[in-house]
Design a protein around this ligand. Structure first.
Ligand code: ADP
Ligand code: MG
Length: 157
């Protein structure tokens, strides 16, 4: 499917990726689904840390990859559910965690390695793709397939 809106930003060092996450997280609201992809070490967790802060998650609530816990819940203006599909190998494992039950209007869902199981993602979502340019630079691109996510673009700069 062709995305309707897309925007990108070059970030230099993790701080800038985190700051971009903060900016975008400010526009998040309950019911949003954010699908992150990018290689290992691209900066997905760094982006999610910022996104959580933008959503009002306190800095004492440290955001790290839910590699073993599978999902971490944080409490900002709305609940934030952070998944990482990296270690999961099949759709049934994702379903067993109850992934689909988190996709409600009650909170925001953000997923690292979302592209591993595209068939499990709702078609209406925000996609964040982080590409490694070199050791310190990342190209962060965000895309939406539905105008309900246009607020992430209008206010980004
Ligand atoms: P992922 O979750 O995609 O595996 P992490 O966020 O855990 O990635 O790690 C990203 C790593 O890349 C960190 O060590 C961070 O310091 C480094 N880094 C260097 N430049 C950047 C940048 N521009 N944005 C994000 N991370 C960066
Ligand atoms: Mg990660």
């Amino acid at each position: 499917m062709q995305s309707l809106v897309t925007q990108r930003c070059l970030t230099v060092q993790a701080d800038e990726t985190r700051t971009l996450g903060v900016r975008l997280g400010q526009w998040a609201r309950a019911g949003d689904m954010v699908a992150c992809r990018g290689a290992l070490g691209a900066g997905k967790t760094t982006f999610v840390q910022g996104f959580a802060a933008g959503l009002g998650v306190g800095s004492d609530d440290y955001v790290r990859s839910p590699t073993f816990a599978l999902v971490h819940a944080y409490h900002g203006r709305t609940p934030l559910y952070h998944f990482d599909f990296y270690r999961l190998s099949c759709c049934t494992e994702v379903q067993d965690i109850g992934f689909e039950e988190y996709l409600t209007d009650r909170g925001v869902v953000i997923v690292e390695w979302a592209d591993k199981f595209p068939e499990l993602l709702p078609p209406v979502r925000l996609e964040v793709y982080i590409r490694i340019v070199d050791a310190d630079r990342r190209c962060v691109q965000w895309m939406a397939y539905d105008m309900s996510y246009s607020r992430y673009f209008l206010h980004a700069d």
